[in-house]
Design a binder for this molecule. Structure first.
Ligand code: G3H
Ligand code: 13P
Ligand code: ZN
Length: 324
């Protein structure tokens, strides 16, 4: 058993308290490889933002669970020793789908886990979430639960339709499970195709009415928004200019995320935008400099582009810059 505290990590409790009081949200960025991790840590250190490093079940499978955990440990040391930065860093399991997976992550040094029982019947979601909370809290690890289903792929759980969170359920769910934060569904979805709109049309607003109702039922309780990439047109266009085929890719407008960050939403999950910006940059280099074959020559610029995107989000969208 490795305690996250020995790795220099923190759980999310204090970060969320400050974020709700301060009207900003903590960024939760997914990583699967070294360049993404370097960009996230460097971008957050440079903008002085607390950060949640997110690891999905798929990321553990792709990068190897042991290597991934040592990469996170290395990232903390890099921040402290090389970047001279003391930003709070959380290592979080994204969309955990079983008790065993959550336990495995906690034993390896994660400081926070999500147990996603959102596709289960309500009572089963409560039972599973409570079981994870009871284990995690013994080690002061924080737990995120989910109520309501996002459209699209949630790791290996997929759903065609979004089912908004029912505000009537949240108080009971939080009380019965003891979770530390709650992911809700108010119109976001995973991936690059969040809304079906014609070119030039703006996507429909998120259901802020549902969010307000939820806040009334559980005042001051930390709320999490998944599926919060903005899918910037600039990078969709860059991808497509160099042979990509991302047709009608649309994300959540930045102003809406800014508005959400000022509410009880204190964690905003972003994965797709990171994938998009790196792919766009790599496509550009492959096309403009076809003689290059050293991976550092295309992964390096892709990493730099991701770092800049992260700084932009922390400063202009989530408001977390300067809050470390
Ligand atoms: O919400 C899911 C995250 O974007 C992780 O995606 O399961 O492909 O690693 P993944
Ligand atoms: P995006 O696909 O919008 O980046 O959402 C990521 C996410 O919710 C990870 O849990
Ligand atoms: Zn998610």
């Amino acid at each position: 058993m490795t305690s996250y505290k020995d790795l220099g990590l923190v759980n999310s409790r204090e970060l969320f308290k400050k974020a709700i009081g301060g009207g900003y949200a903590i960024p939760a960025y997914n990583f699967n490889n070294m360049e993404q991790l370097q960009a996230i840590i460097t971008g957050c250190a440079e903008s002085s933002s607390p950060v949640i490093l997110q690891v999905s079940k798929g990321a553990r499978k792709y990068a190897n669970q042991t290597l991934l955990r040592y990469m996170a440990q290395g990232a903390v040391e890099m921040a402290r020793k090389d970047l001279k930065s003391n930003i709070p860093i959380v290592l979080h399991l994204d969309h955990g789908d079983s008790y065993e997976l959550c336990v495995s992550c906690i034993e390896m040094g994660f400081s926070s886990v999500m147990i996603d029982g959102s596709s289960l019947p309500y009572d089963k979601n409560i039972d599973l979430t409570k079981k994870v909370v009871d284990y995690a809290h013994k080690y002061d690890v924080t737990v995120e639960g989910e109520l309501g289903v996002l459209a699209g792929i949630e790791d290996e759980v997929s759903s065609e339709k979004s089912h908004y969170t029912n505000p009537d359920d949240v108080e009971d769910f939080v009380k019965k499970t003891g979770v530390d934060s709650l992911a809700i569904s108010i119109g976001t979805s995973h991936g690059a195709y969040k809304f079906k709109v014609k070119p030039g049309e703006t996507p429909p607003p998120l259901r802020f009415d549902i969010l307000e109702e939820i806040e009334k039922r559980i005042p001051g309780f930390p709320i999490v928004l998944h599926g919060s990439s903005s899918v910037p047109k600039e990078f969709v266009d860059l991808c497509n200019k160099y042979g990509g085929k991302l047709e009608n890719a649309v994300g959540v407008p930045e102003e809406q995320l800014r508005k959400a960050a000022q509410s009880a939403v204190c964690k905003i999950n972003i994965d797709t935008d990171g994938r998009l910006v790196m792919t766009a940059k790599i496509r550009e280099i492959f096309s403009e400099k076809p003689a290059e074959f050293d991976p550092r020559k295309y992964l390096g610029p892709a990493r730099e582009a991701l770092k800049n995107l992260i700084i932009h989000k922390n400063k202009e969208v989530l408001g977390s810059a300067g809050k470390a």
